[in-house]
Design a protein around this ligand. Structure first.
Ligand code: SIN
Length: 554
């Protein structure tokens, strides 16, 4: 609902918008929250690109859940799924969160199906279940190898039809508005967000006492990532600036198998994901001589949890000087890859690679942020009215290493839990009467930056430093080096941000440098190796570090 508007220039129209629920992000968590909330009030969904541009949309493998016995044809149990999750999480999962989320698996799948999601079934009408690293059973529901796209398009179709949901694309949330930031010393609650409309270049005020961060991950903090360009950790950075607690940012998961394409230059040379589900069907990791090296690292071989596989590949590459290892699918029956993994098969083909004939060259790349904005089991953050769901949240499910395909599950389950809690605590219609007046965004007399090279240079420097010094294998010295560089970059970015009219590039750079710094600060603090945080200087697990790394600005 538009409350008022005024002109700033011929191009800019400043608006103040108000809705019962403000959702920032349009992946599984954001959209499924919006669909629930729309039954109870007006919902605005802010997306910085098109609504389909999310990590969810890019997810290949699937969503893990233990289905009722009559819907599957093999043994499994929630307890086994819980055990696998705890095992991968290396002592840092919150067992309560793990149990709560996993036990809702079957119900969440049912709900997705009702929203129109089509999961693959076998000829007997049972769900076809895939397997991925660290899972002791087949329990991954999938839609070929574009499961995330199937979920994202189904939810979006429902959301677009709903009269109570307004989806605003190309809108970039800059900062949260909270009562503490407006000067209240007694109460910290969320009041809305300032949002850049990228088309009109104006900054609008979105008012809402119920705000959900569902902004996804931060893969773009690294040079090589499986994530879309939009994954710049915006939710974590905004929550950090607003004073919310952030946890476990050192745990950035690297996916072991991205297509290594030597004919491409730049980051795109190694960003196309080859799903772990391919290994789940029996593909093997080999070196250039055909040696199946994974058994030297773990008895589970190519299907060990991904921290182990990514580290092993990194080690093999460093040891042999080879640019990549290989994923061998050539033993599959002819036509299998095309039938079961059509997207991967076709994409590889478009790069000129025939995976039925030649093993696929692969390398690891940054994939998933296990840490995030601290929430309880209901998505609640440390700021009243502010909830976080999906990859941007740290619920305790993933601990020090996420089990494959647990994230879409978490996204949908936590959206439900967050919604229920919000309705319990802040039902629409029961507005807080003492909301302080919210000022419009202050543009000042700053001008559009003419030295874009500074932004691009800093962006590259962050991503390269993070890749070189803060990726799969860390050391105290590498972290220290990254820390120095980020300190300088933060200063430069701050000056740039305050000295110029904001653009999307500046805003993303500001968020990237914040998130990169949170990763490095957390990694420096953790003087041990656990899950996906591995450092040569402290290679063992240390019991005194069996705690979350929680950071808070003030
Ligand atoms: C994959 O398909 O390998 C990715 C699945 C995930 O990250 O959960």
């Amino acid at each position: 609902m538009i409350a008022n508007s005024r002109n700033l220039s011929s191009k800019s129209l400043i608006l103040t918008m108000k809705s019962d629920f403000l959702v920032i992000g349009s992946g599984i968590a954001g959209l499924s929250f919006a669909l629930r909330a729309a039954k109870h009030g007006s919902v605005t969904v802010i997306c910085k690109d098109e609504a389909l541009d999310s990590n969810t949309n890019w997810a290949q493998g699937g969503i893990s859940a233990v289905l009722p016995e009559n819907l599957r044809d093999q043994g499994d149990s929630n307890q086994e799924h819980i055990n696998d999750t705890l095992d991968a999480g290396a002592g840092l999962c919150n067992p309560e969160a793990v149990a709560a989320i996993i036990k809702e698996g079957a119900a969440t799948i049912e709900e997705l199906i009702q929203w129109g999601v089509d999961f693959d079934q076998d000829e007997n009408g049972k769900f076809s279940l895939g397997k991925e690293g660290g899972h002791t059973s087949r329990r991954i529901l999938h839609s070929k190898d574009t499961t995330g796209h199937e979920i994202a398009t189904s939810l979006l179709e429902q959301a677009r039809k709903h009269p109570q949901i307004q989806i605003l694309e190309n809108h970039f949330a800059i900062d949260l508005i909270t009562s503490a930031r407006l000067g209240s010393s007694t109460d910290d609650r969320v009041l809305g967000a300032y949002v850049l409309d990228q088309e009109s270049e104006s900054i609008h005020t979105f008012k809402s006492n119920r705000v959900v961060l569902a902004t996804g991950g931060c893969g773009k903090v690294y040079l090589y990532t499986t994530n879309p360009d939009s994954a710049t950790g915006d939710g974590v950075a905004m929550a950090w600036r607003a004073g919310a607690s952030i946890a476990n940012m050192e745990f950035v998961q690297f996916h072991p198998t991205c297509f290594y394409n030597p004919s491409a230059t730049g980051p795109e040379a190694r960003s196309f994901l080859v799903s772990e589900a391919v290994r789940g069907e029996g593909a093997k990791l080999i070196d250039r001589h055909g040696r199946e090296f994974m058994f030297e690292y773990d008895e589970r071989g190519s299907l060990a949890p991904r921290d182990i596989v990514a580290r092993a590949i990194d080690h093999e590459i460093k040891k042999t000087g080879a640019p990549c290892v290989f994923l061998d699918t050539t033993h599959y029956p002819k036509g299998f890859m095309k039938e079961r993994f059509p997207h991967i098969h076709q994409t590889l083909e478009s790069f000129g690679h025939d995976c039925e004939v030649d093993p696929i060259p692969v390398v690891p790349a940054a994939h998933y942020m296990c840490g995030g904005v601290v929430t309880d089991l209901h998505g609640k953050t440390t700021i009243r009215g502010l909830f976080a769901v999906g990859e941007s949240a740290c619920t305790g499910l993933h601990g020090a290493n996420r089990l494959a395909s647990n994230s879409l599950l978490e996204g949908n389950v936590m959206a439900r839990r967050a919604f229920d809690e919000m309705m319990r605590l802040y039902p629409p219609g029961k507005e807080t009467p003492t909301t302080p007046p919210i000022p419009e965004w202050e543009y000042g007399d700053t001008t559009t930056p003419d030295e874009l090279v500074v932004i691009y240079h800093n962006w590259d420097e962050i991503r390269r430093s993070m890749w070189d010094y803060v990726s799969i294998v860390r050391t105290d010295n590498r972290l220290k080096r990254a820390g120095y560089r980020l300190q300088n970059l933060r200063k430069e970015v701050r000056e740039f941000y305050w000295g110029h009219r904001v653009t999307r590039d500046i805003l993303e750079l500001r968020n990237l440098v914040t998130v990169a710094s949170l990763i490095v600060d957390s990694a420096v603090w953790r003087k041990e190796s656990r899950g996906i945080h591995y450092t040569l200087d402290h290679p063992e697990r240390v019991s005194k570090f069996e705690v979350d790394t929680v950071l808070r600005k003030f």
